[in-house]
Design a protein around this ligand. Structure first.
Ligand SMILES: [Zn+2]
Length: 377
């Protein structure tokens, strides 16, 4: 994993590179970040940089022997610990090593995965993944191995807050008398669930959520999304790249939102109540995340439409068919109804989050939209 493959986090990457240049690499660090922030990817990129034999100014070379093995996550001095549970093939005392092949595949596919994605991959998404006592013996065994090829042996512990008490205590003992040239990178989402004694023996690396503009640009580049769609997805996923990718897969590109926006507005403005009811039925069945995504998209589109109404065309960030539609629709969105439209859409999004009944909610919202769109300019 190269630093450049990790989205955003520009200042933090600089800082990490600098610790290596200054020879100030702390032997135990906690990469604390929310889901989808890339804290796991960043920890691996950091380890790769430390062990790269041809370090570049801001990143690993990607080509030296160490990098080649790191790229595939098969470097013999790179060890992983992560939550596991019993499966049909491993029926008792599971440890990370039992699943290392699946782990590498999953991580290479999606370095932003969450624990649900990971357990789903093993076919056990209905179980709780944990890091158990057996794992600590395995960690000790790995530490007793001599370093094969690199300066540092690296132990990445993903979701370290999932360690049970026995495992945490063993790790604490190790951290109290740290083995030479061994680096512990604990990747953590919930700091408060770690033992305070572990926290006090580790250096904190706070991984902030990905900034909006960085996420938008990543979504445009990696997923070829148009700007407007990338903005909506970024807004909804709140700095969680993993969630953003799921939303893209669920919404199946931007066609879904755009075609439904056109239908909905046509039915609302035309007071076509029978059509509205059929339309609400279909939207009520698509799942909450997609409904929220759709309503955010509508909210975004209404804002742009208002700008067109106000002749502020230069500020409008739409193109193609979306722009054509908003132009045609712009007489109906104006200062006398825009605030209320936006408020109603946001309220509906919040209510969906709180598990409101989707059909009742969307029908109610549709009737309000009918009235709002008929408020005279
Ligand atoms: Zn290298």
């Amino acid at each position: 994993m190269l630093f450049k493959e990790v989205i955003g986090l520009v200042d933090l990457k600089k800082h990490l590179v600098q610790t290596v240049k200054d020879g100030r690499v702390s032997h135990a660090q906690v990469f604390l970040g929310n889901e989808g922030s890339g804290n796991l990817a960043l920890a691996i990129a950091y380890a790769q940089y430390i062990n790269c034999t041809n370090k570049q100014e801001v990143d690993s070379c990607g080509e030296c022997l160490s990098c080649i093995k790191y790229n595939k996550l098969v470097h013999p001095d790179l060890h992983f610990v992560f939550p596991v549970a019993t499966t049909t093939s491993i029926t008792s005392k599971p440890i990370s090593d039992n699943f290392i092949v699946e782990w590498r595949e999953a991580l290479l596919d999606n370095p932003y995965m969450d624990v649900f994605n990971w357990l789903e991959r093993l076919g056990i998404e209905n179980k709780q993944g944990n890091i158990n006592t057996e794992e600590s013996s395995s960690i000790l065994k790995k530490l007793s191995l001599t370093t094969y090829e690199s300066e540092y042996k690296v132990m990445v512990i993903w979701m370290a807050e999932k360690m049970n008490a026995a495992c945490s205590n063993k790790l604490l003992k190790i951290l109290e008398e740290p083995p030479e040239k061994t680096l512990f990178l604990l990747v953590v989402g919930e700091h408060e669930k770690l033992l305070t004694t572990i926290i006090s023996r580790t250096q904190l690396v706070k991984v902030n959520k990905i900034k909006d503009e960085e996420l938008i640009s990543a979504l445009q580049q990696k997923h070829s999304l148009p700007l407007s769609q990338a903005q909506v997805i970024s807004h909804l996923s709140n700095g969680n790249y993993n969630l953003a990718v799921q939303l893209i897969q669920e919404t199946d590109g931007d066609d879904f939102n755009f075609s439904n926006l056109q239908l909905w507005m046509r039915y609302c403005y035309g007071r076509k109540f029978a059509d509205l009811i059929t339309w609400v039925d279909s939207i009520a069945s698509i799942g909450r995340e997609r409904q929220k995504n759709f309503l955010s998209y509508v909210s975004h589109s209404m804002r742009e439409t208002l700008l067109l109404h106000l002749k502020l065309d230069k500020l409008v960030r739409l193109n193609g068919q979306e722009l054509e539609f908003s132009k045609k629709f712009s007489p109906f969105v104006h200062p006398k109804n825009c605030d209320e439209i936006s408020e109603q859409l946001n309220k509906a999004i919040n209510q969906i989050e709180r598990n409101a009944h989707p059909k009742i909610l969307l029908l109610d919202l549709s009737f309000k939209m009918v009235d709002l769109l008929h408020i005279p300019v």
